[in-house]
Design a protein around this ligand. Structure first.
Ligand SMILES: Cc1ncc(COP(=O)(O)O)c(C=O)c1O
Length: 353
């Protein structure tokens, strides 16, 4: 049976060109900064992001953590969205390993935090308070419908940060999705921030890896923190090779994923019993809801009769996020025919239930 896996864009497999690049990669020991392929990836990434320097890390989670550890000392505070990936899904790494205090501000449905809410969260100089050091943004915003944050908004947050002597880190796991959706050069979105982490292993289809970018000084300190976390990866040109191919060949095609997501969203919006606002879908992430049709979204995965299970029986995988909330993500390897098959399956299941 053909499997249509819409759970995440992390399920993407490396392209043939990536497999060849991995096979051909020149290698050395990256802990001595002697892996030529990793050095090349870092140079290309820094140029693409408009920053002085870059560092490859194992994952998006590691990228965010290394950046936060580099910006903040123990007992200092980070302002970040209450729906942000770093707050919700990174195992509390900043607190567990850095003694850094997360201070959440409400994320609006478009992934922004109101400027006045951010400003209100910045601590005054008082012995009772942790010192605020950093503001984190997420672009695109995974939990907020994959919405891209605009250049203007990013600049406004950076200006606010500067006014208070703070730094800005951008979790740009899907920053190329944002750039393509907004029709801007990615540098516009990263220019205003002090550090950015982006993923090679999501929509860009590389098998492993993320890259962080910032000033030369920031990256040399980040290199120490990566080492502390066990992230000196020796001949990591093996994975950097696929990352270079990802940056060279896979960014512009993200528009296809966005078009597929929009088609899927428009189709789902027409199915009785499912609810979603297609206008909320600007990139490759779709959240939708079961609007009380007597079918469970599949609270216990695998339970017979749930939507998840019934889709899985037809080879279609989606993710459940709440009692009635579901997520589908389009990516490389998902075609418009796969979208039609998914919509047909959803229609049939909803009619039969
Ligand atoms: C916005 C965002 N940031 C960071 C991450 C973490 O990336 P990784 O799974 O590579 O650790 C994810 C993963 O899905 C994400 O969606």
């Amino acid at each position: 049976m053909k499997i249509i896996d819409l759970r995440s864009d992390t399920v993407t497999l490396p392209t043939q060109a990536m497999r060849q690049a991995i096979y051909d990669a020149d290698l050395g020991d990256d802990v001595f900064s002697e892996d030529p392929t990793t050095n090349r990836l870092e140079k290309i990434a820094a140029e693409r992001m408009g920053k002085e320097a870059a560092l490859m890390v194992a994952s998006g989670t590691m990228g965010n953590l290394v950046c936060i550890l580099t910006h903040c000392k123990r007992g200092e505070e980070v302002i970040l969205g209450n729906q942000s990936h770093s707050f919700l899904y990174e195992a509390g790494g900043m607190s567990a390993l850095g003694g850094i205090h997360p201070h959440t501000v409400v994320n609006q449905p478009d992934g922004t935090m109101r400027l006045e809410d951010i400003e209100a969260a910045i601590r005054g100089d008082n012995v009772h308070f942790p010192r605020t050091r950093l503001i984190c943004l997420e672009n695109t915003h995974n939990h907020c419908n994959g919405t891209p944050l605009t250049t203007e908004y990013t600049k406004e947050v950076a200006t606010l940060a500067k006014k208070h002597g703070l730094q800005v880190h951008l979790d740009g796991a899907r920053i190329f999705n944002a750039a393509v959706a907004l029709g801007v050069d990615v540098k516009e979105l990263t220019g205003p921030v002090d550090s950015v982490s982006f993923c090679l292993s999501k929509g860009l289809s590389a098998p492993v890896g993320s890259v962080i970018c910032g000033s030369g000084e920031f990256i040399s300190e980040a290199r120490r923190n990566r080492k502390v976390l066990g992230g000196g990866m020796r001949q990591c040109g093996i994975i950097a090779a696929a990352g270079i191919t990802a940056l060279e060949q896979m960014t512009e095609r993200l528009t296809e994923d966005h078009a597929n997501a929009r088609r899927l969203a428009e189709g789902i919006a027409k199915i009785p019993g499912l609810s979603l606002d297609p206008e909320s879908v600007q990139t490759n992430i779709i959240y939708f809801d079961l609007a009380g049709k007597g079918i469970s979204a599949g609270r216990r995965l695998g339970e017979a009769g749930t939507l998840i299970k019934r889709l899985a029986d037809r080879g279609i995988k989606i993710l459940q996020l709440g009692p009635t909330q579901l997520r589908a993500v389009t990516h490389y390897g998902i075609s418009s025919e796969d979208i039609d098959m998914t919509l047909n399956a959803l229609k049939k299941i909803m009619i039969d239930s």
